[in-house]
Design a binder for this molecule. Structure first.
Ligand code: HOZ
Length: 422
């Protein structure tokens, strides 16, 4: 065990500040990152790793992109936090609204969890209703109300939920399987007049990668409209990651509220809730729904977010999509040739990998994948210099810094790794 991890464990629960990083489901000790550039991480113990996590998708341009670094450097010289309005908050809100037609107004916060918490409270405040519907395996951060049948770290650790979340806090949470149209209809039949919101990751990316079935999101839109519930797209992962207007732009669906994080903060702690003026103005100070934060709209994070959004274009997404296609088809071919039954889904610029012979449509399918083989494959790849997510319940995030050659080399390494773990 590295000295750093020993010290970390003495002072930080599990030695990490977010559970998936602990390598709990893949085994072994986590590495510590010393620095990163482009597609690569450098670890404290001197390894150079081709990184497909990219801060869980936040670093869409690759690590330490010069435009972002310069923007943050310049912003830092002018002060790092004021707790007062700044010009760049306005510019970032405008930039988001310019790109995402469903968004007229934006409230900036500091993390995806905070954004989801705000969206739930806002939906309840705006509709005067209590219940929220979420999908099993979707993850919306670690707010109590949505920490039921959650993906990401909760799935990684195989937990049913979380200790400390009381029955009362989740009594108004309705859970349905992802892609289950009949389940959605049954939930609306049972709870329609009480449902404030339906929250969904339009592409589920916290139980591995699970794209929506054709018509699923349209059905959610129709049911929400029919029953007066707000449709909330959690685009923390997909926002500005799969297209300029996020997944909603790619699918052509208009949610009532959207949650953004990761890319919108350019790799710094920033997230956002956005939607039409009539709903957003329910937030304090105009409306009765309270929400606040000293670091909200932080000057470094808005600088990074604006720098990244300024670099994104349709050409960028076309390149990312080509990389994601080469990666998923290459991995499927390499692993298939070695005799593994895998499915490697792709949704626009995102990739997934399940050791499962059949397509994965929901959380039950995702959990049926062979996590033990994933763990062995993960380590075989890591030993050869490629860092995939340290959990079978996460996605792959090729960045703009990943070259065609990087992806081709990844596929070659995958063939070698697959043979080694066979
Ligand atoms: N919830 C993140 C993955 N979907 C993991 C966050 C982290 O460990 O940094």
């Amino acid at each position: 065990m590295s000295d750093l991890f020993t010290r970390a464990q003495a002072r930080i629960p599990g030695g990490v500040n977010s559970p998936v990083r602990a390598f709990g489901s893949v085994g072994g000790d986590p590495f510590f990152v010393a620095r990163a550039e482009g597609a690569y991480l450098e670890t404290e113990d001197g390894r150079r790793l081709l990184d497909y996590v990219q801060s869980w998708g936040a670093s869409i341009l690759g690590h330490a992109h010069p435009v972002v670094v310069e923007a943050v450097r310049r912003a830092a010289g002018d002060g790092t936090s004021f707790g007062a309005p700044t010009r760049r908050e306005v510019e970032l809100a405008e930039a988001i609204a310019d790109r995402v037609p469903s968004v007229e107004k934006v409230r900036l916060v500091s993390s995806g969890t905070e954004a989801a918490m705000t969206a739930v409270r806002l939906a309840r405040g705006a509709t005067g209703r209590a219940k929220v519907l979420k999908f099993a395996g979707c993850y919306h951060g670690h707010l109590d109300a949505l920490l039921v049948a959650a993906g990401s770290g909760v799935a990684t650790l195989g937990l049913p939920g979380s200790a400390g979340v009381t029955a009362g806090t989740v009594a108004d949470t309705v859970v349905v399987e992802f892609n289950d149209v009949a389940g959605v209809d049954a939930a609306f039949a049972a709870h329609g007049p009480d449902l404030a919101a339906v929250l969904v990751e339009p592409v589920a990316a916290n139980m591995g990668l699970v794209p929506p079935d054709p018509g699923f999101l349209e059905h959610l839109r129709a049911q929400c409209s029919a029953h007066g519930a707000l449709l909330v797209f959690d685009e923390v992962i997909t926002g500005f990651r799969v297209g300029l207007a996020g997944a909603q732009g790619r699918f052509g669906i208009t949610p009532d509220l959207s949650i953004f994080g990761k890319v919108v903060g350019g790799g710094l702690p920033l997230a956002a809730v956005g939607g039409p003026t009539a709903v957003m103005d329910e937030l304090a100070p105009l409306g009765p729904v309270y929400q606040a934060g000293t670091l909200s709209g932080n000057p470094l994070a808005t600088a990074a977010g604006l720098a990244v959004l300024g670099e994104l274009s349709d050409d960028v997404y076309a390149t990312l999509e080509a990389r994601a296609t080469a990666l998923t088809t290459g991995l499927a071919t390499a692993l298939g040739a070695a005799g593994f039954a895998v499915t490697a889904p792709r949704a626009f610029t995102l990739g997934g990998l399940f050791f499962s012979p059949t397509p994965v449509r929901d959380y039950a399918d995702a959990k049926a994948g062979d996590a033990a083989i994933y763990a062995r494959f993960f380590h075989a790849m890591l030993d050869r210099g490629v860092y995939l997510a340290p959990s079978a319940f996460e996605a792959m995030f090729p960045s703009l810094a990943h070259t065609e050659a990087d992806v081709a080399r990844t596929v070659e390494i995958a063939a070698e790794a697959a043979a080694a773990v066979r």
